[in-house]
Design a protein around this ligand. Structure first.
Ligand code: NAD
Length: 454
């Protein structure tokens, strides 16, 4: 059976869900799972939880742990990357510095920079190191890239290494919130979403094989205003509220397709994000996922989940299957592995090089599209043209930014980093942009980046 190696196995977001999904997938029961992390305490905690869960679920999973990456990659058929270099704290320091220079909620891309630090340096460097190791130690393994930034990261790995890489993200499941709000049953609906990671759009939306966009149009016309006053909307956490927010409806009006999931965060126009009050108008009372309120709620949630895991891991009396009931998480890692390892054809939403699927995007740019997966591998479903305005005002600028981030990283080009900050519409002068960049690179966690970008 297969060996699945999880790098960054202390991940609060992923490891628990992956273990539950594995324990529900009988055809993978005799697999070996190798958990690898550099944080010994987190690794031990996840290992204890995973072994206990697997035992309670009566699986034959063989679960191992190691702090040695080479050991984890040895013999791997699938490598899952869930690493967050340095945790979230250093990025908050960078954000604070940018705010002191007048950039509300930080400079640059609302999601990618924050998840990878300045120029996404720490994450991209780690991704390339890991993919090079995969090339060398387990060249036939699939590398499942879940760590952010998925768009930049998967494109970088697929261009610079021979590792067989796919990017995964659970953001596309935002379409389920669309169906819930419209009161449509999932089994009666067919959807196709396409774009870049954190920038995907509902290109096909069928209800009982008929175009369902008119149902959405009717909801917008007759029910949206009432919904935005409802407790359901006003009390939803930001990551749920965003999906059917005024921002989503306005983006649909402007670009002609409905935005899904994290698209609301990273592909929405700047004028929804100028200050907290404006964000609240567009994204609900919390001001959306990336406002000072929404992001703090998210970090608090991560801390609470971690603390809860610690308590469960250290209490042998806790029946884990009771506190963490065995239902599929909706993550795609395990269904992907099951499809390849056991030749089960499934449709997933993955990030892979475009190769003609979306017209007008170069072949070597990674796109997020529906794909069919089985033992043969990954086959994309052709999407074709996106609306022109969406292409020119959202997709192409985002693609260009990805290219700029990768060029600056690969060439160690400090001037490129500076130009990216200078182009931010809030920049008052080139000198200010330079001062911000130098201050951020002067932070101790950026000492390696400061040497890299010459
Ligand atoms: P986390 O901080 O809880 O976990 C990251 C783990 O990586 C930690 O245990 C840390 O010790 C480990 N790590 C750091 N450097 C390492 C190294 N060099 N080698 C091995 N392990 C190392 O983070 P999280 O909140 O679980 O998020 C993990 C990643 O997943 C982030 O990049 C996040 O942005 C991303 N994410 C992706 C999605 C998606 O759907 N694709 C959703 C949420 C989060």
């Amino acid at each position: 059976m297969v060996q699945i190696s999880v790098i960054g196995a202390g991940s609060v977001v992923f490891t628990g869900r992956l273990i539950v999904d594995l324990c529900l997938t009988r055809s993978l029961f005799s697999s070996t799972v190798v958990l690898m992390d550099i944080d010994k305490k987190r690794l031990n905690m996840m290992y204890n939880l995973a072994t206990k869960y697997a035992r309670e679920m009566n699986t034959d999973l063989s679960i191992k742990k190691t702090m040695d990456r080479e050991e984890a990659l040895n013999g791997a058929d699938f490598v899952i990357n869930t690493v967050k270099v340095g945790g979230y704290e250093p990025m908050e320091i960078e954000r604070k510095i940018a705010e002191n220079h007048g950039y509300y909620r930080g400079s640059g891309d609302r999601v990618s920079d924050y998840y990878g630090g300045i120029g996404a340096f720490h994450q991209l460097k780690f991704f390339l190191d890991l993919a090079s190791d995969v090339e060398e130690i387990c060249p036939d393994a699939w590398l499942i890239q879940a760590a952010n930034p998925v768009f930049e990261g998967t494109t970088l790995i697929s261009r610079e290494t021979k590792a067989k890489v796919v990017g995964v993200c659970h953001g596309h499941s935002g379409y389920i919130d669309v169906l819930k709000t419209l009161d449509l049953k999932q089994e009666d609906v067919t959807v196709k979403m396409a774009g870049f990671n954190h920038n995907i759009w509902l290109v096909d939306f069928l209800y009982n094989d008929e175009n369902a966009y008119p149902i959405l149009d009717q909801w917008i016309k007759k029910k949206a205003e009432e919904y935005w006053k409802s407790d359901e909307y006003l009390n939803s956490p930001p990551w749920t509220a965003e999906q059917m927010s005024p921002a989503a409806v306005d983006m649909y009006r402007i670009f002609g397709l409905f935005p899904i999931g994290d698209t609301l965060r990273s592909a929405s126009p700047w004028w929804y994000h100028t200050d907290l009050k404006t964000k609240q108008r567009w994204f609900g009372p919390s001001g959306g996922f990336d406002s000072e309120i929404g992001w703090s709620m998210y970090l608090d949630l991560l801390r609470e989940v971690l603390e809860q895991m610690r308590v469960w891991a250290s209490d042998p009396g806790t029946a884990l299957t009771e506190v963490y009931p065995p239902t599929f998480s909706g993550e795609q890692h395990i269904p992907f592995i099951d499809a390849i390892a056991n030749d089960k054809k499934v449709q997933l939403q993955l990030n892979i090089p475009n190769k003609g699927m979306i017209s007008g995007i170069p072949d070597d740019v990674v796109v997020e599209v529906p794909v069919l997966v089985d033992r043969i591998g990954v086959r994309a479903i052709r999407i074709g043209q996106l609306p022109k305005r969406l292409m020119l005002h959202v997709m192409m600028p985002r693609m260009l930014r990805m290219e700029q981030v990768l060029q600056a990283f690969l060439d160690g080009d400090r001037e490129s980093l500076l130009l990216m900050i200078a182009e931010d519409r809030r920049t008052r002068s080139f000198e200010d942009a330079r001062a911000l960049l130098e201050e951020q690179l002067g932070e101790s966690w950026n000492s390696e980046a400061a040497k890299h970008y010459k």
